[in-house]
Write a protein of this length. Sequence first.
Length: 127
Amino acid sequence: MHTILTNICEGRGKPGDLGLLTELSEAMKDASLCGLGSAAPNPVLSTMRYFHNEYEAHIHDKSCPAGVCKALFQFKVDAQKCNACGACKRNCSYDAVKERGRPCIGLSRRNARSAARATTPASLMQS
């Protein structure tokens, strides 16, 4: 279960993983000989029940709606607003901006915008 959850959080989740997690959780509950073992899969089952859309986003969209999975963070400098001044690279505490001539490029995803806005000039961020 740990490996499957890690893969999902790192963007390597597959569509069948949710079904497999459910199946493994139910098997653990049924086969356990003690209360601790039968309760062990409850956090996974609860998050799958109440945050199913987040699991789906991790697996299908390779994005983290909560913005906490670092492997799914991507930053982007808006190429139309970039004047190759290097301010985004100097100010980005995540070292996410890569320079390739003009303009600078980065990796982008919507869920990283707030972190990027805090570290790069607002005029360079794509809306």
